[in-house]
Design a protein around this ligand. Structure first.
Ligand code: ZN
Length: 295
């Protein structure tokens, strides 16, 4: 293991080395790219890797985690998302036709997998929920059993987020059980913020768990113009903030959402690094759950 300085290697050669490392770094030509390379002082290399010259690396101090919801049912955009050349996190619904396939495929691509747990909303049709949904009418033990079964059904899951769920995420009794199961399994919970009355953040803090939620939905309206506009907001946000979690979907907007994400990669500010959600969480300091339950 050694470190190398960046001087003396062309950007093209740097690209090749970075590709060999499998790093999801994107260097654009032009002054902005040069400035980013300038900022990337040192790069760690895997043990045994020989590099004679230095490797330019943009200092990717800002973290962007993109989460794609609603996988598990082979919906539109699934393949485009799986082929994305950046790190992503996919939320896979349990007990569905392609649950296991999608979770496995995502894991093989180095993406994070979440259980996309169906939860009762204040409004919306019950048939949108899918099997194994968490309902407010369930007893404590029924909630626990459903959460455990859902986790067991989605291979490689490192966390859970809610599918719909505006009613449940505001219910401290149920959310406390859901979070307790997460904690026991070493998983985190991402609050897909569907309700401003959510109690998830408060409970996570009380339980010493990471408090994470999304800043933006990319495709809460399905048209291309809106999705592009939302991505523009994300880029502006990243200029002023250190981190961001955004959520998009497969399904009706799926191929459009995937297209906008792919198209935005080259426009993203140079100091932004795409991370999986577990990397995002690990990057947060002071999370007791990480010290206690995670390697
Ligand atoms: Zn969903």
């Amino acid at each position: 293991m050694g470190t190398v300085k960046k001087q003396g290697l062309s950007r093209t050669a740097g690209w090749l080395v970075l590709a060999a490392l499998g790093a999801a770094l994107f260097i654009q030509p032009g002054p902005a790219g040069a400035a980013a390379a300038e900022a990337g002082e040192r790069v760690r290399l895997p043990a045994g890797m020989q590099v004679e010259h230095a490797v330019p690396a943009p200092k990717a101090s800002k973290k962007l985690a993109i989460v794609i919801d609603d996988l598990g049912n082979d919906m539109d955009g699934t393949q485009e998302i799986m082929n994305m050349p950046i790190k992503l996190t996919v939320a896979v619904m349990p007990f569905m036709r392609t649950t296991e396939r999608d979770a496995r495929m995502a894991h093989e691509r180095g993406f994070d997998v979440l259980v996309h747990l169906p939860m009762e909303p204040n409004h919306g049709k019950p048939e949108w929920l899918g099997p194994g949904a968490i309902m407010s009418s369930l007893s404590d033990s029924e909630v626990r059993t459903r959460v455990e079964q859902a986790i067991d059904n989605v291979p490689y899951a490192v966390g859970i987020n809610n599918h719909m769920g505006s009613k449940i995420t505001a219910d401290p009794r149920i959310m406390s059980i859901v979070l307790d199961v997460c904690r026991e399994r070493g998983l985190f919970f991402l609050d897909s913020r569907t309700n401003y009355k959510t109690v998830v953040g408060k409970l996570c803090k009380e339980k010493g768990m990471p408090d994470i939620g999304n800043q933006f939905f990319l495709d809460d309206q399905y048209n291309q113009q809106h999705i592009s506009k939302q991505m523009g907001k994300v880029m502006n946000w990243m200029r002023d903030h250190d981190s961001c979690i955004i959520i998009g979907h497969v399904g009706v907007p799926g191929t459009k959402t995937a297209g906008v994400i792919r198209g935005s990669i080259k426009q993203m500010p140079q100091d932004v690094e795409y991370v999986t959600l577990s990397e995002f969480v690990r990057n947060q300091s002071g999370n007791p759950i990480l010290r206690g339950l995670w390697p």
